[in-house]
Structures are given as structure tokens and as C-alpha cells.
Design a binder for this molecule. Structure first.
Ligand SMILES: Nc1ncnc2c1ncn2[C@@H]1O[C@H](COP(=O)(O)OP(=O)(O)O)[C@@H](O)[C@H]1O
Ligand SMILES: [Mg+2]
Length: 264
């Protein structure tokens, strides 16, 4: 272990927010949704659980039951979680957490496989970007955690983000990478005011990812992908209220600095 778990702020332990699709019980979490989508999420979670066990790089909740008629999945409830945001943004743990997160994502891309009938391509505008793999689909600060007791990385919510349709399972690995860094840059204010530099975190993450993925990850292709990804993201941002649109300038500045940091 590269640094102590004690540095994580225990006050930041995640309190599970109330949501209509989530029942939080003593030892389990029941999640419901469209039965077809839930079936895919259950399959992905089960396979990802095995990858986590096999590689020792991350933990995924065990799927305990699935009612395919109602679309209700029962997951093991994990506790003592803090968002990956804590590990990345504050204190000296940042480099090790960034690298571990990147290696975990690279292992998912390398090892996750789903049955053919569950292979749903990314929406067309996000699909170009080199070799395709099975994706996490919503690899973000809301779904990646640290367990403060065991110091394990924990990955939840194996379903494509609804912001990009909620159904895709398969496509360029650049999507998960760009989606994660997009999430990081979205929280820019915290970085500016209190924490580690977002651009440095992104560089650590990307270099660690590229080191594992090697020939499967082409840096030039990634840069082209980001350009296309930003067009789509910024188009969506134009529908935001004007007060929030001001934040877009900073967000784009981070992305620009990230891309130029890759050229050195
Ligand atoms: N197995 C679990 N153990 C502990 N907390 C969980 C678990 N599953 C979900 N959660 C909590 O519930 C939140 C929402 O669950 P998630 O699967 O991400 O649903 P959604 O698709 O609605 O985002 C997570 O961010 C996390 O805080
Ligand atoms: Mg989630």
C-alpha cells in the first residue's frame, strides 16, 4: 500500500441519498429499473465482481438476487465508503489513488466480456475512437469509491449513464476515460480553491491508464476523441441556466490544459 488510509476524511463517509429506484436495507441494497436494463446491469456487475476478485484491483458488490419480472436486483451493501473525490482532490494520497483508479479501469476494459446479445454500441456521435471494449458506462465520482476500512477501491452502478441514452455497453475505451476526466473537471472550483490540481490528477490518471493499456490506447486517437466529446458536451451545456454556463469557460480551460499536458 503506497499511503495510509487514515488520511481519508471519515466525515465524508457517503450517506446514500434517497431515490425512488433504490431501497436501502440493513445489509442489502435493492435497485429497480427497466427489467431489460437491469438484466444487463446484473450481468455486468456479476462479471465485474469476478474481475475485481481475480485481479485484486477493486471491489464490486455481490449480486444476491435478481427478479427479472419486476426488474429488481438485490446487491450486497458495502459500507464505510467515501467518494473517490476525497482520495483524488485532497492530500498526498492523490497520486496513488489516481493510479489505482486508472489501473482498475484498464483491467475492466481488458477483461470485461458480455454475451453477444448484450452488446449495445455507443450512440453514433460518441462511437469513433479506436478499438472497442465493454465499458463501465458511468465511471464517475458518483460511482467510484474508497472503502475507508479496507482501503479498497469500490466500483458501483454498472449501467451506461442516462445522459448518453442508458443502454450502450460496448464501444471505444476513450468514452470511459473521457467521461471520468469530464467529471473531474466539472468539480473545478474545489480544485482551484482547496485541493490538488485537476490537470495533474488527470495526467497521472491518463499516464497510468496508458501504461497498462499499451498498444490498445492511442494517445493521438484519444485527443481526437476528446475534441469530438467536447463538442457534444458543450452543446448540452448551452441548455444550462446562464449562471452555470459561466462555469463552462473554466471547464474548457481545464480540458485544454489537460490536452496540452499530454504533448510534453
Ligand atoms: N451495493 C451498494 N453498497 C453501498 N452503497 C450503494 C450500493 N449501491 C448503491 N449504493 C449507493 O447508492 C447510490 C446510487 O446507486 P447507483 O447504483 O449508483 O444508482 P443510480 O443508477 O441511480 O446512480 C450510490 O451512489 C451509492 O451511494
Ligand atoms: Mg450512480
Amino acid at each position: 500500500m503506497e499511503s495510509s488510509v487514515a488520511e481519508l476524511d471519515r466525515n465524508a463517509l457517503v450517506r446514500i441519498r434517497k431515490k425512488a429506484n433504490l431501497a436501502v436495507l440493513e445489509e442489502t441494497i435493492e435497485k429497480s429499473g427497466d427489467p431489460e436494463r437491469m438484466r444487463v446491469e446484473v450481468e455486468k456487475t456479476t462479471r465485474a465482481y469476478d474481475i475485481g476478485q481475480r485481479t485484486g484491483l477493486f471491489r464490486v458488490p455481490e449480486v444476491l438476487d435478481y427478479d427479472e419480472h419486476r426488474g429488481v436486483a438485490v446487491f450486497e451493501k458495502l459500507s464505510h465508503l467515501v467518494s473517490i473525490r476525497q482520495g483524488l482532490m485532497f492530500g498526498s494520497r492523490c497520486p496513488s489513488v489516481a493510479k489505482r483508479t486508472a489501473r482498475a479501469l484498464a483491467a475492466v476494459h481488458d477483461l470485461l466480456e458480455l454475451p453477444e446479445e448484450m452488446s449495445v454500441p455507443l450512440p453514433k456521435e460518441l462511437a469513433d475512437g479506436g478499438n472497442a471494449v465493454f465499458l463501465h458506462g458511468d465511471f464517475s465520482f458518483n460511482n467510484v469509491f474508497m472503502d475507508t476500512r479496507s482501503d479498497e477501491l469500490v466500483i458501483l452502478d454498472w449501467q451506461m449513464t442516462k445522459l448518453h441514452g442508458g443502454a450502450a455497453t460496448y464501444g471505444t475505451r476513450c468514452f470511459d476515460v473521457a467521461w471520468f476526466l469530464n467529471n473531474l473537471f466539472n468539480r473545478y472550483l474545489h480544485h482551484c480553491l482547496f485541493g490538488n490540481s485537476a490537470v495533474e490528477i488527470a495526467q497521472l490518471f491518463l499516464r497510468a491508464y496508458a501504461e497498462v493499456a499499451r498498444a490498445e490506447f492511442d494517445m493521438a486517437q484519444y485527443q481526437d476523441y476528446v475534441a469530438q466529446f467536447l463538442v457534444i458536451t458543450n452543446r448540452r451545456r448551452q441548455q444550462w441556466p446562464i449562471s452555470q454556463r459561466v462555469l463552462s469557460a473554466a471547464f474548457n480551460y481545464f480540458w485544454k490544459r489537460h490536452l496540452s499536458s499530454l504533448r510534453h
